[in-house]
Structures are given as structure tokens and as C-alpha cells.
Design a protein around this ligand. Structure first.
Ligand code: UTP
Length: 412
């Protein structure tokens, strides 16, 4: 731990001395804790991030060449080919080569639920069931089918880690062997205001937020999950959004396709029927695979169709991705690009008053890792079988619509 004088020096260097404005008012314990928070901040990096938003270093499609990407269509495999791949994938799973990981560190702002999203309760045929439990169901089904326990890594954030772990403990891990469920916390970054200053939540806390689902790669390394994978001979990691209750991470065919193509990453997609859906879609930018956000996609690309009438840029990234350990090893130490979001937030002003203003939050996105993968496969699956997201309180992508999709799939 750095000395108080050293910390003060750093703060001075980055014009952040105001962070100590209320230091004298804090208790001994609060002071110690506050110093630890400050010590974790990489001020040089925050300055770099601020410069990048200030100078408008954003993605501009205008100067780049955008071209379509060819997807592997799992929905069109012949029965025979499907069987062959399924057998290969099953043998890999039985050999313990696959683990799954749920990204559950998000803040779930749109859902407006006061707790980790995975603990959100749904009414499944009259039985209250949490989102986490829907994943346990699938892992248990896999155990019945393949006779092995699949490791499940659950990514949390500092804000929801303890509650998440307690939830599993209180529910006796929903009957799954607890030795096969590992929790790990993702990183976080401070919010900064429009002049680049790190923002305080209150007198003894820096205002921090999780560093985005792309923070997973660094967290896997920092929290020794990659070590765990290496030690257990796990080669493939399926990573899914926690809020999709039809997510299919234990998918033998997918693993087999990666193995046969020596692919380091596979991303499941579904074809959107019309240009409107506000999801990110796959394309190539200057020849390199990318997911391009709806808001950044030029209208003519959104609407472009091929001779068969399908959208050319219609392969939706929906947060179900598979990574080979070689890629995970390589990108653990890489810095993914950060995306800034500007949102109104209440925080503590330098004079101790409460302030409400737009501040920047920085997040890494998991799909930016695809640019670094050898042989990325974009794999088309059936939307109705694998996609039932819970994002909003009501309307589209709400618990109600997700449940309808879930029931339709399981009761058809
Ligand atoms: P979203 O981008 O939809 O974010 O996350 P969210 O936090 O769930 O919801 P909003 O935007 O605040 O309303 C997609 C997936 O990535 C995870 C989420 O938990 C979800 O499974 N995620 C997101 C993280 O694990 N960490 C993050 O920092 C952000």
C-alpha cells in the first residue's frame, strides 16, 4: 500500500486533490478504505479515456470499408451432418473440454430490479424460479445426457457479488454440485464528469461502475479462472448473457464446429427479419469481423437485402459466444477499446453539495474480442429456440415476453 504522501502526490499530478476535500471528516476506518479505493484508480488511463471521448475518437463508418460476413448456418445442416457433429461435440463435452460462464455483473438499469438480474424471479408453470435456476436446469440436463458436471463460472461485480453468492448458498446451489460453480468479480472503473474529473459518490466513496461485459477477459485472468480452466484441461468456454432465459451454452454441435475449424471464437446469431430490430449485427470492417451497433449502422446497410430477400447485415449478436482457451490466454493482457456512455447521475460535488449532471461511464464490449480471434465463426441458430431476453420492465424484451417465448419452446 502506498503512503498517504505518495497518494497525495499522484492526486496532485492529476489535479485530483479535491478527492481529499472531506478526508478530515472521515473515521479512521473510512479513511483507510477510501485510500484503498483511490489507490486502485489508474489516473493516467482515465485521462487517456477522457481524451478519447473529448477528441471524439469514436467509430466512424464513413471512412471504412464495410462488407458482409458469411455465416455458418447451423439451422440448415443435413440430419446426417448434424448427427456427425453432435457425436464429436458430445465426446468433447464428456472429456470435460467445455465450461460455461454467465455474465451477471451488469446493473440491469432498464429492468429496474433491485438485485442481481440472475436472482429475478419468474413464474414458470406456477413455480417461482430465478433466472439463475433456469441455467441450473440446463446444467442438470447436460449431466443426465453426458454424465459429467460442467463447470459454471458466474461473473459478478463488486456491487452484486456478495448478494449473488448468498443467493446460491441459501438455495443450496439449486441441487447442483457446488464444487462446479465458481464466482468471480469483474473489474470496475470510476465515472468521470464532463471536465474529466473522477466523480465521488459520497464523502468516502469514489463513484465506480462495472467495466462492461468486455471486462470478462481481464477478470478471467485476474481472478484465476483461466488458471482453473488450464488445470482442468478445459479448452472451450461458452459465455452467455445471464438475462436470456433460452440461452443454450451446452451445445455439442457448436463445440464440434469450432474444433473442426480450429476456430478460436464462435458467436451465435439469429437472422433478424426486418431492418428495425435495435441489435448489433455482424459485418467486416476493412476485412476484419466486427459487431456494429444499430445506432452506428448507416441506413442503406441496415436495409440492404440479397437476391433471396434476406438482410445482408441481419446477423444479430445476442450474447452467446464461445471462446477457445488460446484466445482467452492471448487477450487477457490486451486492452479492449472502451465505449463511453454519457448519463445523468447524482454525485457529490467538490464543495460537498449534491449535484446531478451527465457523467461518463466507460465499458468494454465482449464482441470487440472477435477482431483478435483466429477463424471466427458466426453461427446462425433458430431465434425461437435460443433467444428470450429480459431487458426491460415492460413491453419488448420484458419478463412477460421472455416467459411467453420460454413456454412456447419448452411446451411445443
Ligand atoms: P446489458 O448490456 O444488457 O446490460 O448486458 P445490463 O446491465 O444487463 O442492463 P442495462 O443496460 O443496465 O439495463 C448484457 C449482459 O452483460 C452483462 C449483463 O449482466 C448481461 O448479462 N454485463 C453487462 C456484465 O456482466 N457486466 C457489465 O459490466 C455489463
Amino acid at each position: 500500500m502506498k503512503s498517504f504522501t505518495e497518494i497525495k502526490e499522484t492526486l496532485k499530478e492529476y489535479q485530483a486533490g479535491y478527492l481529499l476535500n472531506f478526508y478530515e471528516e472521515l473515521s479512521e476506518e473510512e479513511r483507510e478504505n477510501f485510500m484503498e479505493q483511490i489507490e486502485k484508480i489508474d489516473f493516467a488511463y482515465m485521462k487517456e479515456l477522457y481524451e478519447s471521448v473529448k477528441n471524439g475518437v469514436t467509430f466512424e463508418t464513413g471512412e471504412k470499408e464495410i462488407s458482409p460476413i458469411t455465416a455458418f448456418d447451423k439451422t440448415k445442416l443435413s440430419g446426417e451432418e448434424y448427427q456427425r457433429l453432435n457425436i464429436l461435440g458430445e465426446s468433447l463435452i464428456k472429456d470435460g473440454k467445455l465450461a460455461v460462464c454467465s455474465m451477471a455483473g451488469g446493473q440491469g438499469t432498464r429492468l429496474g430490479y433491485n438485485g442481481p438480474k440472475g436472482t429475478f424471479m419468474l413464474d414458470l408453470d406456477g413455480k417461482p424460479t430465478s433466472i439463475f435456476e433456469t441455467i441450473i436446469h440446463k446444467l442438470k440436463m447436460a449431466y443426465e445426457a453426458f454424465g459429467v458436471h460442467i463447470y459454471w463460472y458466474v461473473m459478478t461485480s463488486r456491487q452484486n457479488h456478495a448478494v449473488t453468492v448468498k443467493f446460491f448458498k441459501d438455495n443450496n446451489y439449486f441441487g447442483y454440485d457446488k464444487n462446479y460453480i465458481l464466482f468471480f468479480e469483474q473489474g470496475e472503473l470510476p465515472l468521470i464528469d464532463k471536465s474529466g474529473k473522477v466523480v465521488m459518490k459520497d464523502k468516502s466513496h469514489i463513484f465506480m461502475a462495472p467495466d462492461g461485459n468486455g471486462g470478462i477477459f481481464k477478470a478471467l485472468e485476474d481472478k484465476k479462472i483461466l488458471n482453473h480452466m488450464r488445470e482442468h484441461g478445459i479448452e472451450y468456454l461458452a459465455v452467455g448473457n445471464v438475462d436470456n432465459i433460452l440461452i443454450n451454452m451446452v451445445d455439442p454441435v457448436t463445440v464440434a464446429v469450432m474444433k473442426e475449424n480450429q476456430s478460436e471464437a464462435l458467436s451465435k446469431v439469429f437472422m433478424k427479419p426486418s431492418p428495425e430490430g435495435k441489435w448489433g449485427v455482424f459485418c467486416k470492417i476493412d476485412g476484419i469481423p466486427h459487431v456494429i451497433e444499430y445506432s452506428e449502422t448507416p441506413k442503406e446497410l441496415l436495409e440492404a437485402r440479397n437476391e433471396a430477400g434476406e438482410l445482408i447485415y441481419g446477423d444479430v449478436h445476442f450474447g452467446c459466444n464461445f471462446f477457445h482457451i488460446n484466445l482467452l490466454n492471448r487477450i487477457a493482457s490486451e486492452k479492449l477499446p472502451m465505449h463511453a456512455a454519457s448519463k445523468k447521475n447524482k454525485f457529490l460535488a467538490e464543495n460537498g453539495a449534491e449535484k446531478e449532471e451527465e457523467v461518463y461511464k466507460f465499458e468494454a464490449f465482449i464482441f470487440d474480442a472477435f477482431t483478435m480471434a483466429n477463424n471466427l465463426i458466426v453461427c446462425r441458430v433458430k431465434r425461437e429456440e435460443e433467444f428470450a431476453p429480459i431487458k426491460n420492465k415492460e413491453g419488448d424484451e420484458s419478463p412477460e415476453t421472455a416467459l411467453e417465448l420460454y413456454k412456447k419452446f419448452y411446451h411445443q
